[in-house]
Design a protein around this ligand. Structure first.
Ligand code: GDP
Length: 321
């Protein structure tokens, strides 16, 4: 059994690759909910939806979020009324948020709602929220504190980031399926997807007890760098790292994950950084990490699984020596 930690765009691509290689009972994808927010009266869980749509084969590959073939009549109509249109909700996507909100208001947990949505979309692999308690990522910027979506979508990541806060994370608990996966005797590896380390993986690690549980896991923890050749493949990861005083580099990813991950997969373009990654205490694996199609997603997933198996073997050797 493999436990994967994921955000949206980068997370969903590796999740899709892992799902292509593993049986449904052998994969649990834990998804960041620090981006979740109430908007237009609806509960929106952007990263969960991105991963579920990806595994359902319904994702929009161009944007990396939302549904393929989406229409926007609702947004157009809302704009005509003078409503809030800065956060785009497609017509079909809207149904997901309406149904999630209805079920949550009726007393279901986010885990229960997510399981129901997965079943409805025909997603057989387990996709679960990091927690059933609300955790809100707040981005502290030179313009003051901004709720995550206001920073990310409304202000298009323009304000300079000073710090990232995960409000509520400390008192939140891992969701039941997340906790069960961490304790599962069948667990073979924990995979950290090439998601934003501060905005997507940071909130998951901040949930009460999670960082310690993963740092102390008896199985290898393998991360994939979202920084390739000194830039993010998509999104503000490189910009934020620089604003926080780090170099935008796979070596910085190694530093951020030191003590949590045992190994880091870096891109071929970053081969020269291997020594620096090892100096941070992580084993390193070099691969083509650009997931531009389904074949490359599955190919990278296989590399990650083989690397994890190699690290497990090395641990076993040490344990019996
Ligand atoms: P978000 O929540 O939608 O921002 O998505 P994530 O945090 O899951 O993913 C964003 C990160 O994924 C960015 O830092 C990207 O650089 C990284 N990313 C996206 N696609 C790829 C890819 O094909 N390969 C690698 N290595 N990183 C990727």
């Amino acid at each position: 059994m493999i436990l994967a930690l994921a955000g949206g765009v980068g997370g969903s691509k590796l999740a899709r690759g892992l799902a292509a290689c593993l049986a449904p009972s052998d994969l649990t994808v834990v998804v960041n909910t620090g981006d979740d927010f109430r908007h237009l009266g609806l509960w929106v869980s952007p990263d969960l939806d991105t991963v579920v749509y990806a595994l359902a084969g319904l994702a929009n590959r161009e944007t990396g979020w939302g549904l393929a073939g989406e229409t926007w009549h609702f947004m157009e109509a809302l704009g005509r009324l003078g409503g809030e249109t800065w956060f785009r909700l497609g017509d079909r996507d809207l149904a997901t948020h309406v149904e999630r909100t209805r079920r949550l208001d009726a007393g279901a947990t986010l885990s229960e709602v997510t399981a129901a949505l997965c079943a409805a979309f025909g997603v057989a692999h387990r996709v679960v929220p990091m927690s059933d308690q609300p955790v809100a990522t707040v981005v502290h910027t030179d313009e003051g504190p901004l709720p995550f979506q206001h920073y990310f979508v409304r202000r298009r990541c323009v304000p300079a980031v000073r710090a990232v806060e995960h409000a509520g994370a400390h008192s939140a608990r891992p969701s039941p399926a997340f906790a069960a996966a961490l304790d599962d005797p069948r667990l073979r590896a924990i995979v950290v997807a090439p998601s934003n380390p501060l905005l997507s993986i940071g909130p998951i690690l901040a949930v009460g007890g999670v960082r310690d549980a993963i740092a102390g896991a008896r199985v290898p923890v393998v991360a994939v760098s979202p920084i390739v050749g000194g830039e993010a493949v998509k999104g503000p990861a490189a910009k934020i790292l620089r604003e926080l005083g780090h170099a935008a580099s796979a070596a910085t990813i190694a530093t951020l994950y030191a003590g949590v991950a045992d190994g880091l997969v870096v891109d071929e373009r970053d081969r020269a950084l291997c020594r620096t990654v090892e100096a941070a205490g992580l084993r390193v694996c070099v691969a083509d990490t650009l997931m531009t199609d389904a074949q490359r997603e599955a190919g990278l997933a296989q590399v990650v699984l083989a690397f994890a198996a190699e690290l497990a073997e090395a641990r076993g050797g040490r344990a019996s020596a």
